[in-house]
Ligand binder design. Structure first.
Ligand code: ADP
Ligand code: MG
Length: 239
Protein backbone atom coordinates (compact mmCIF):
# COMPACT_ATOMS: atom_id res chain seq x y z
CA UNK A 1 0.00 0.00 0.00
CA UNK A 2 2.87 2.40 0.85
CA UNK A 3 6.35 1.95 -0.51
CA UNK A 4 9.31 4.29 -0.31
CA UNK A 5 12.55 3.92 -2.21
CA UNK A 6 15.59 5.84 -1.00
CA UNK A 7 13.36 8.59 0.38
CA UNK A 8 15.45 11.63 1.25
CA UNK A 9 14.70 14.93 2.90
CA UNK A 10 17.08 17.82 3.44
CA UNK A 11 16.46 21.16 5.07
CA UNK A 12 19.30 23.31 3.75
CA UNK A 13 22.51 21.62 4.88
CA UNK A 14 20.70 19.30 7.27
CA UNK A 15 19.88 15.87 5.89
CA UNK A 16 17.06 14.52 8.02
CA UNK A 17 16.09 11.44 6.01
CA UNK A 18 19.02 9.69 4.35
CA UNK A 19 17.34 7.24 2.04
CA UNK A 20 14.45 5.33 3.59
CA UNK A 21 13.20 2.09 2.05
CA UNK A 22 9.98 0.75 3.53
CA UNK A 23 6.97 -1.23 2.50
CA UNK A 24 3.76 -1.07 4.48
CA UNK A 25 0.97 -3.47 3.63
CA UNK A 26 -2.78 -3.01 3.81
CA UNK A 27 -4.07 -3.45 7.37
CA UNK A 28 -0.66 -3.04 8.95
CA UNK A 29 -0.24 -0.86 12.01
CA UNK A 30 3.22 0.65 12.22
CA UNK A 31 4.42 2.43 15.35
CA UNK A 32 7.26 4.84 14.71
CA UNK A 33 9.40 5.47 17.77
CA UNK A 34 12.72 7.11 18.49
CA UNK A 35 14.40 10.11 20.11
CA UNK A 36 13.11 13.56 19.21
CA UNK A 37 14.68 15.23 16.21
CA UNK A 38 15.28 11.98 14.35
CA UNK A 39 12.85 12.79 11.53
CA UNK A 40 9.71 10.92 12.61
CA UNK A 41 7.41 13.84 11.79
CA UNK A 42 9.34 14.63 8.64
CA UNK A 43 8.92 11.04 7.47
CA UNK A 44 5.13 11.17 7.96
CA UNK A 45 4.90 14.60 6.38
CA UNK A 46 6.81 13.40 3.32
CA UNK A 47 4.46 10.43 2.94
CA UNK A 48 1.47 12.67 2.40
CA UNK A 49 3.48 15.42 0.72
CA UNK A 50 3.09 18.04 3.42
CA UNK A 51 6.85 18.20 2.89
CA UNK A 52 8.40 17.81 -0.51
CA UNK A 53 10.97 15.01 -0.46
CA UNK A 54 14.45 15.95 -1.69
CA UNK A 55 14.97 12.60 -3.35
CA UNK A 56 13.72 9.07 -3.78
CA UNK A 57 10.30 7.74 -4.60
CA UNK A 58 6.99 7.16 -2.85
CA UNK A 59 4.39 4.76 -4.20
CA UNK A 60 0.85 4.66 -2.83
CA UNK A 61 -1.16 1.73 -4.17
CA UNK A 62 1.48 1.42 -6.85
CA UNK A 63 1.14 5.05 -7.97
CA UNK A 64 4.32 7.13 -8.03
CA UNK A 65 3.07 10.19 -6.16
CA UNK A 66 6.15 12.28 -6.91
CA UNK A 67 5.60 11.90 -10.62
CA UNK A 68 4.71 15.27 -12.08
CA UNK A 69 1.50 13.85 -13.51
CA UNK A 70 0.31 12.40 -10.20
CA UNK A 71 -3.05 13.56 -8.90
CA UNK A 72 -1.76 14.93 -5.59
CA UNK A 73 -5.12 16.00 -4.08
CA UNK A 74 -6.47 12.52 -4.73
CA UNK A 75 -3.44 10.90 -3.14
CA UNK A 76 -3.77 13.15 -0.09
CA UNK A 77 -7.41 12.19 0.24
CA UNK A 78 -6.43 8.56 0.64
CA UNK A 79 -4.19 9.47 3.57
CA UNK A 80 -5.75 11.06 6.61
CA UNK A 81 -3.50 12.76 9.10
CA UNK A 82 -4.05 13.35 12.80
CA UNK A 83 -1.80 15.88 14.51
CA UNK A 84 -0.66 16.41 18.06
CA UNK A 85 -2.49 19.75 18.11
CA UNK A 86 -5.85 18.48 16.76
CA UNK A 87 -6.20 21.19 14.06
CA UNK A 88 -9.99 21.33 14.25
CA UNK A 89 -11.96 24.23 12.78
CA UNK A 90 -12.67 26.09 16.03
CA UNK A 91 -15.39 28.33 14.63
CA UNK A 92 -17.44 25.33 13.44
CA UNK A 93 -19.59 22.88 15.33
CA UNK A 94 -18.36 19.36 15.83
CA UNK A 95 -20.87 18.17 13.23
CA UNK A 96 -19.72 20.76 10.69
CA UNK A 97 -16.10 19.77 11.28
CA UNK A 98 -17.09 16.31 10.06
CA UNK A 99 -19.28 17.34 7.13
CA UNK A 100 -17.30 20.16 5.54
CA UNK A 101 -14.70 17.88 3.94
CA UNK A 102 -17.11 15.28 2.56
CA UNK A 103 -19.45 18.00 1.21
CA UNK A 104 -16.78 20.25 -0.29
CA UNK A 105 -14.19 17.73 -1.41
CA UNK A 106 -16.09 14.49 -2.00
CA UNK A 107 -19.29 16.12 -3.27
CA UNK A 108 -21.51 14.30 -0.76
CA UNK A 109 -24.89 15.76 -0.09
CA UNK A 110 -25.44 17.31 3.28
CA UNK A 111 -27.88 14.74 4.68
CA UNK A 112 -25.68 11.83 3.73
CA UNK A 113 -22.61 13.55 5.19
CA UNK A 114 -24.52 14.24 8.43
CA UNK A 115 -25.70 10.68 8.74
CA UNK A 116 -22.15 9.41 8.38
CA UNK A 117 -20.84 12.09 10.76
CA UNK A 118 -23.24 11.03 13.50
CA UNK A 119 -22.25 7.42 13.00
CA UNK A 120 -18.57 8.35 13.38
CA UNK A 121 -19.26 10.48 16.45
CA UNK A 122 -20.99 7.50 18.01
CA UNK A 123 -17.96 5.39 17.23
CA UNK A 124 -15.67 7.79 19.11
CA UNK A 125 -18.22 8.18 21.93
CA UNK A 126 -19.14 11.81 21.22
CA UNK A 127 -22.55 11.78 19.54
CA UNK A 128 -23.92 14.09 22.23
CA UNK A 129 -21.35 16.75 21.29
CA UNK A 130 -22.45 17.13 17.66
CA UNK A 131 -23.80 20.65 18.20
CA UNK A 132 -20.97 21.87 20.43
CA UNK A 133 -18.20 24.06 19.12
CA UNK A 134 -14.79 22.50 18.93
CA UNK A 135 -13.56 25.10 21.43
CA UNK A 136 -15.88 23.75 24.09
CA UNK A 137 -14.34 20.29 24.16
CA UNK A 138 -11.56 18.85 26.29
CA UNK A 139 -8.30 17.87 24.63
CA UNK A 140 -9.21 14.20 24.57
CA UNK A 141 -12.59 14.99 23.05
CA UNK A 142 -10.99 17.26 20.45
CA UNK A 143 -8.61 14.53 19.42
CA UNK A 144 -11.43 12.00 19.13
CA UNK A 145 -13.31 14.47 16.92
CA UNK A 146 -10.15 14.94 14.87
CA UNK A 147 -9.97 11.18 14.32
CA UNK A 148 -13.67 11.07 13.38
CA UNK A 149 -13.12 13.96 10.98
CA UNK A 150 -10.27 12.11 9.40
CA UNK A 151 -12.49 9.02 8.99
CA UNK A 152 -15.25 11.12 7.42
CA UNK A 153 -13.06 11.35 4.31
CA UNK A 154 -12.87 7.54 3.95
CA UNK A 155 -9.08 7.35 4.10
CA UNK A 156 -7.22 4.18 3.19
CA UNK A 157 -4.38 5.04 5.53
CA UNK A 158 -4.19 7.22 8.63
CA UNK A 159 -0.97 8.88 9.71
CA UNK A 160 -0.86 9.90 13.36
CA UNK A 161 1.84 12.27 14.62
CA UNK A 162 2.02 11.93 18.40
CA UNK A 163 -1.76 11.96 18.81
CA UNK A 164 -1.64 11.93 22.61
CA UNK A 165 1.39 14.11 23.35
CA UNK A 166 -0.60 17.28 23.94
CA UNK A 167 -3.11 15.58 26.23
CA UNK A 168 -3.58 15.52 29.92
CA UNK A 169 -2.61 12.04 31.16
CA UNK A 170 -6.22 11.35 32.13
CA UNK A 171 -7.30 11.72 28.48
CA UNK A 172 -4.67 9.61 26.80
CA UNK A 173 -6.46 6.30 27.18
CA UNK A 174 -9.73 7.46 25.61
CA UNK A 175 -7.85 8.45 22.46
CA UNK A 176 -5.73 5.32 22.38
CA UNK A 177 -8.91 3.25 22.74
CA UNK A 178 -10.26 4.74 19.51
CA UNK A 179 -7.00 3.98 17.69
CA UNK A 180 -7.00 0.41 19.04
CA UNK A 181 -10.49 -0.04 17.72
CA UNK A 182 -9.46 1.15 14.26
CA UNK A 183 -6.56 -1.30 14.36
CA UNK A 184 -8.96 -4.14 15.11
CA UNK A 185 -11.13 -3.08 12.20
CA UNK A 186 -8.15 -3.41 9.88
CA UNK A 187 -7.33 0.24 9.23
CA UNK A 188 -3.83 0.78 7.87
CA UNK A 189 -2.05 3.20 10.20
CA UNK A 190 1.36 4.72 10.80
CA UNK A 191 1.58 6.12 14.32
CA UNK A 192 4.41 8.20 15.74
CA UNK A 193 4.13 7.74 19.46
CA UNK A 194 5.95 7.85 22.78
CA UNK A 195 3.40 5.53 24.38
CA UNK A 196 5.53 2.41 24.43
CA UNK A 197 2.97 0.03 25.98
CA UNK A 198 0.50 1.09 23.36
CA UNK A 199 3.04 0.72 20.53
CA UNK A 200 3.87 -2.70 21.77
CA UNK A 201 0.39 -4.09 21.76
CA UNK A 202 -1.23 -2.27 18.84
CA UNK A 203 1.55 -2.39 16.25
CA UNK A 204 2.32 -5.19 13.85
CA UNK A 205 5.75 -3.66 13.32
CA UNK A 206 7.85 -1.03 15.01
CA UNK A 207 10.12 1.38 13.15
CA UNK A 208 12.84 2.73 15.42
CA UNK A 209 14.22 5.90 13.83
CA UNK A 210 17.72 7.21 14.40
CA UNK A 211 20.75 8.32 12.37
CA UNK A 212 18.62 9.66 9.54
CA UNK A 213 16.63 6.57 8.85
CA UNK A 214 14.89 3.50 10.12
CA UNK A 215 17.71 2.25 12.27
CA UNK A 216 15.91 -0.95 13.25
CA UNK A 217 12.54 -2.37 12.44
CA UNK A 218 10.76 -5.50 13.50
CA UNK A 219 7.88 -6.96 15.44
CA UNK A 220 7.26 -5.39 18.85
CA UNK A 221 8.74 -8.33 20.67
CA UNK A 222 12.06 -7.96 18.86
CA UNK A 223 12.32 -4.22 19.34
CA UNK A 224 11.34 -4.20 22.99
CA UNK A 225 12.76 -7.50 24.22
CA UNK A 226 15.64 -8.42 21.95
CA UNK A 227 16.68 -5.29 20.07
CA UNK A 228 19.45 -6.13 17.63
CA UNK A 229 21.31 -2.84 17.54
CA UNK A 230 22.96 -0.68 20.13
CA UNK A 231 20.94 2.53 19.85
CA UNK A 232 17.65 0.67 19.84
CA UNK A 233 18.74 -1.12 22.99
CA UNK A 234 19.73 2.12 24.68
CA UNK A 235 16.44 3.76 23.71
CA UNK A 236 14.15 0.98 24.89
CA UNK A 237 16.07 0.69 28.15
CA UNK A 238 15.67 4.41 28.72
CA UNK A 239 11.92 4.65 28.13
P1 ADP B 1 10.94 14.24 15.21
O1 ADP B 1 9.52 14.28 14.76
O2 ADP B 1 11.54 12.88 15.19
O3 ADP B 1 11.13 14.89 16.54
P2 ADP B 1 11.34 16.11 13.06
O4 ADP B 1 10.98 15.37 11.84
O5 ADP B 1 10.35 17.08 13.58
O6 ADP B 1 11.81 15.09 14.19
O7 ADP B 1 12.69 16.92 12.79
C1 ADP B 1 13.87 16.31 12.35
C2 ADP B 1 14.93 17.37 12.13
O8 ADP B 1 14.54 18.21 11.04
C3 ADP B 1 15.12 18.29 13.33
O9 ADP B 1 16.48 18.59 13.42
C4 ADP B 1 14.33 19.52 12.94
O10 ADP B 1 14.86 20.67 13.56
C5 ADP B 1 14.50 19.56 11.44
N1 ADP B 1 13.35 20.19 10.76
C6 ADP B 1 12.09 19.74 10.78
N2 ADP B 1 11.28 20.52 10.03
C7 ADP B 1 12.08 21.51 9.55
C8 ADP B 1 11.86 22.65 8.71
N3 ADP B 1 10.64 22.92 8.21
N4 ADP B 1 12.91 23.45 8.43
C9 ADP B 1 14.13 23.18 8.93
N5 ADP B 1 14.41 22.12 9.71
C10 ADP B 1 13.41 21.29 10.02
MG1 MG C 1 7.80 15.00 15.69
Amino acid sequence: MIKTVQLEKRFGDLTVLKGIDVEIGKGEVIAVIGPSGTGKSTFLRCLNLLEEPSGGKIFIDGVDILDKNADVPKVRQKMGMVFQSFNLFHHLSVLDNLTIGPCKLLGRDRSEAERKAIELLKMVGLAEKAASFADELSGGQKQRVAIARCLSMDPEVILFDEPTSALDPTMVSEVLAVIRRLAKEGMTMVIVTHEMDFARDVASRIFYMDEGGIYEEGPPRQIFETPQREKTRAFVNRV
